[in-house]
Design a protein around this ligand. Structure first.
Ligand code: FES
Length: 156
């Protein structure tokens, strides 16, 4: 089985500069660390691309798709940008907070579900957009939330 370092070298070879491979390398590291990027993940990426861990972390912190804290088995992300806000994103967030008993940025005590708010998800005409494990549900209304949560709790 190839090591993380070897896999990153394969990715690196597709780009003119090592630095350009940082996003796919971070994505790979995140997959290998249960969906988030702990300190050692940045050290591994930095080592494989001849960069510094601090630089790798600064790049990751810029993008919603990278997680700097542990996340639950399921990830529920709600777009709260303008178009979604106008059609009830806040009510969807409140319904999720109530159903899950957590606030955005938190994970349920059983480690099952993480709730996050995200910027425009690119589906502005179909708001409110909710991404469940990176798959879009659209439009989602507050009344849809109990069903979505139940589905996730049932292992969906
Ligand atoms: S504003 Fe929500 S998808 Fe664009």
């Amino acid at each position: 089985m190839s090591t993380f370092y070897d896999e990153v070298q394969e990715i690196r070879a597709r780009y003119p500069e090592a630095r350009s491979a940082i996003l796919p390398a971070l994505r790979l590291a995140q997959e290998r660390h249960d969906g988030w990027l702990p300190r050692e993940a940045f050290e591994e990426v930095a080592d494989a691309l001849d960069l510094t861990p601090a630089y790798c972390r600064s790049v990751a912190s810029f993008y919603d798709m990278f997680h700097l804290e542990p996340v639950g088995r399921h990830l529920v992300e709600v777009c709260t940008n303008v178009s979604c806000a106008l059609v009830g994103a806040q009510q969807v967030v409140e319904a999720l907070e109530q159903e899950l008993g957590i606030e955005p940025g938190e994970t349920t005590a059983d480690g099952r579900i993480t709730l996050r708010l995200v910027e425009c998800a690119g589906g502005c005409g179909w708001g409110t957009v909710v991404a469940v494990d990176h798959r879009y549900r659209e439009p989602v209304r507050a009344e849809d939330v109990p069903g979505i949560v139940q589905e996730l709790r049932n292992g969906g």
